[in-house]
Design a protein around this ligand. Sequence first.
Ligand SMILES: *Cc1c(COP(=O)(O)O)cnc(C)c1O
Length: 394
Amino acid sequence: MEKRIFRSSATKAVHAGETKEKYADSLTTPIFQTSTYTFKDSKEIEAYTKHKKERFEYGRYGNPTEKIAEHRLAALENAEDCVLFASGMMAITTTIFAIVQSGDHIVITDDCYKKTLEFCESYLKRFGIECTIVPFGDYDLMDKSVKKNTRFIFSESPTNPYLNVFDLKKFREIGKKHNVITFIDSTFATPVNQKPLEYGIDLVMHSATKYFAGHNDILAGAVLGNSDLIAKIRSLHKALGGVIDANCAYLLIRGIKTFPLRVKKQNESTLEIARFLENHPKVEKVYYPFLESHRHYQIAKEQMKGGGGVVSFNVKGDLESAKRFMDSLEMIYIAPSLGGVETLITHPALVSYYDYTKERRLDLGITDTLFRLAVGIEEVHDIIEDLERGFANI
Ligand SMILES: *Cc1c(COP(=O)(O)O)cnc(C)c1O
C-alpha cells in the first residue's frame, strides 16, 4: 500500500490508498475492466506461486481498482485492513460464515437491520448455528447470554429507525471478558462520526451503499479490522465470490472523495431539521441522537462526533394524517435507503414492515405515524420548506 501519511479524513478521502505515480499519468483511478491477469512467462508464474510475489491473478481474487478503494476505506477507519463486497449484506453474511461453524452460538441485539436479523435467526439455524437475540441496551443480558460456544456478539449503532446508540465501551468489555469477537454495523455513523475500532471493537462493517458511495447509485459493503481477521474473511470471500466489480469500485472511490464533506453537511442539516421538528405543532416525537431529548444523548455525545444524517419522527394523528403528509411532499423522494445526496423519506409501517401483523409491528415500535427522514445535501431550508408543505396538509 502507498506509504504517504495523511492525517485528516478530508485528505484521506481524496488521496489515501494510491501512489502519487499514476498509471499512464491518469489523475483519476483507472477502472481495470478485466476478469483475469496475464503472466509474461513461467518465471513470473513461479515468482508468484513459489516466492509469493504480490500481484493480481484472477478477478474474484482481487482487482487494482477494488484494492485502492479498500485501502482508502482502511485509512478512513484507521483499520489495518479492509475487504470490500458486492453489498452490505454480502459483507455481513460472508463475515459471519468466516467466523462460525456448526455447533457455534452468536449473540445479536434485537434492533438490527431486518435482513441481518432474518439471516441470523432463520438461515444460520439451518447450519446448526444458534442465535440469541437480546434487547438492545440490555448489557447484563448480553453478558449473561454468552456461552462457551459463542463466537461473536453483534450490534448496530446507531440503529434504525430510532437511532439508538450502543455503548461501545460496555460492548468491548463484554467481548474481552468472554474472549469473543465484537462486531459492529457502523453504517449509520460512518468513520466521520464514530470509529469503533478505537474503542477496541474487533470488526466494523458498513453498507458502503449509503454514505461512502453517497449518490444512491451503487451497492457495496465493507468489513474492517485487524489483518488476521480480515485475511480469514477475505479467504472465504474468494470462495463465496460476492465481489464488487471494477466499475462499482470506481464509483465508490469517486463517492468517497466527497464523503467527509457530505457527512459534515448532513450532520449540520439533520440537527437543524431535528430541532425544527421538535418545535413543530404537528409533530409528536422526534428521534435524533444529538437532541437532548434522545434517550441515548449522553452516550452519543461521548462516542460520536456528529448525530448523522437520519432523523425519525411521529406526526400527530393517524395513518391517514401520515399519508397526507407524505403525499404532499414535492422535493423529498419517498424511497428507502439513506446516506445519498437526495433527501429521502420512508414510512416504515407501509414499506419495510408491511408484511408484519399490526401487533408484531407495534411491538417493534413501528407505529402508523412514524417516518424516517434520510437527509441529503440540499439547502437545509429547502428541505424544511418541503416538510412544512407536508405538515400544512395534515
Ligand atoms: C443498508 C444497510 C445494510 C445492508 O446493506 P446493503 O448494501 O443494502 O446490502 C446493513 N446494515 C445497515 C445498517 C444498513 O442500513
